[in-house]
Design a binder for this molecule. Structure first.
Ligand SMILES: NC(=O)c1ccc[n+]([C@@H]2O[C@H](COP(=O)([O-])OP(=O)(O)OC[C@H]3O[C@@H](n4cnc5c(N)ncnc54)[C@H](OP(=O)(O)O)[C@@H]3O)[C@@H](O)[C@H]2O)c1
Length: 246
């Protein structure tokens, strides 16, 4: 087993699973964390990593993750997150907003808190938070998600300030449109047609591996190099509202 360890949350699908695979190729022993045991166990077996079932919104579950990781950790990728629903502020469902804040902000905070001592103990720790272009710009119907991802961005910035004298880098990778199997399906509560419409006509959207590649690049810079934020979009997405569809 490698002596360098990485934790990836939300490793059961999409960007998280691709990142776990990529970091394993870079020589890390990857702790794959998510709620669906079967998926992370299969992934851990494939990449020679470890699976830890974890709901990032549950303090007890996060404490168990920290226990399983132990006293030293090199890399934490806070990737667990996502969007739930799409609708005007005037008709928004507060429960959906709460769930988005819970996973994209509070979950990230709890996992970071629990694993920070181990990251400091490594002498050269790295935190990569997976934000979004939704954390930079508003779009109609997206306020619950954009508010949460603005939260991810600001928490990242604050943590970097607070850790300025500690051996831990704090980075954000913020993707635009990424065609993953589940992101839009989760957002639209399993409605495949609506999910497919998000990517309709986009000849080459980003895929999970593109973002994983960017995360691995951020992680593998020399320890004194902090990539504060990296925004990554498909060429077809010039802006949130301006997407080339054929
Ligand atoms: N796809 C895009 O267009 C896009 C763009 C910008 C940013 N992002 C961000 O990128 C990240 C990954 O997105 P994705 O496209 O790969 O979506 P995805 O395939 O839906 O993956 C989301 C992951 O988060 C995990 N997760 C959700 N709630 C969790 C919880 N409470 N505790 C632990 N894990 C939880 C899910 O696993 P379980 O259900 O097994 O727990 C899943 O592995 C998210 O933070 C998302 O906001 C995505």
């Amino acid at each position: 087993m490698s002596t360098r360890t990485a934790v990836v949350t939300g490793a059961s699908s999409g960007i998280g699973a691709a990142t776990a695979r990529h970091l394993a190729r870079e020589g890390y022993t990857v702790v794959c964390a998510a709620r669906r045991a079967d998926r992370i166990e299969a992934l851990a077996a494939e990449i020679g990593g470890r699976a830890v079932v974890c709901d990032v919104t549950s303090p007890a579950s996060v404490a168990a993750l920290a226990e399983a990781v132990g006293p030293r950790l090199d890399v934490l990728v806070n990737n667990a997150g996502g969007a739930i629903g799409l609708g005007a502020v005037a008709e928004a469902d507060p429960d959906q907003w709460r769930r988005m804040y819970d996973v994209n902000v509070l979950g990230l905070m709890q996992v970071t808190q629990a694993l920070l001592p181990a990251l400091v103990a490594s002498g050269a720790g790295t935190i990569v938070n997976v934000g979004s272009t939704a954390g930079r710009i508003a779009y109609e119907g997206g306020a619950g998600y954009t508010a949460a991802k603005h939260g991810t961005k600001v928490v990242t910035e604050t943590l970097r300030l607070e850790l300025f004298d500690q051996p831990v880098r704090v980075c954000e990778v913020a993707p635009g449109m990424v065609r993953t199997e589940e992101f839009s399906l989760v957002r639209f509560d399993g409605d495949q047609e609506r999910a497919d419409a998000v990517y309709a006509g986009v000849a080459e959207p980003l895929v999970a591996e593109d973002v994983a590649d960017a995360i691995a690049w951020v992680v593998t810079r020399p320890p004194h190099v902090n990539i504060d934020e990296l925004v990554i979009k498909p060429r077809a997405q010039a802006a949130q509202h301006k997407v080339h569809r054929v």
